[in-house]
Design a protein around this ligand. Structure first.
Ligand code: ZN
Length: 112
């Protein structure tokens, strides 16, 4: 689960939770790639109906958690995944699709 890849042009690939489904892809410009909360982005639904939601903000503590670094201090696949999700958020911000709270103000956590 989570993004398998994101490139500099904002092309995303991922898979839904159903192992029988094919890999999915979309560009960040797709209207269904959008924030649903300040820290959550939804992706277009899979043909099976499953929709993927990604956490796109991480605190320093979360990025330093035991699952993010191995015993030798090297980043784990979980850390790489988090970085891809952060990159997705940054690309959405660049594309003018930053999270906007219901009061119309940019979320203050946007600087994180
Ligand atoms: Zn599926």
């Amino acid at each position: 689960m989570g993004l398998q890849s994101i490139d500099a042009a904002g092309n995303l690939t991922w898979s839904c939770h159903n192992a029988e489904c094919a890999q999915l892809s979309a560009n960040v410009s797709h209207e269904l790639v959008a924030h649903v909360q300040a820290d959550v982005v939804s992706l277009p639904p899979c043909p099976c109906g499953a929709q993927t939601f990604l956490k796109v903000r991480f605190s320093d503590a979360e990025l330093a958690a035991p699952n993010m670094v191995d015993k030798n201090g090297r980043p784990t696949p979980s850390y790489a995944m988090a970085q891809r999700h952060i990159q997705l958020r940054q690309q959405l911000d660049t594309a003018g699709k930053a999270y906007v709270a219901l009061n119309g103000k940019l979320d203050e956590k946007g600087a994180a």
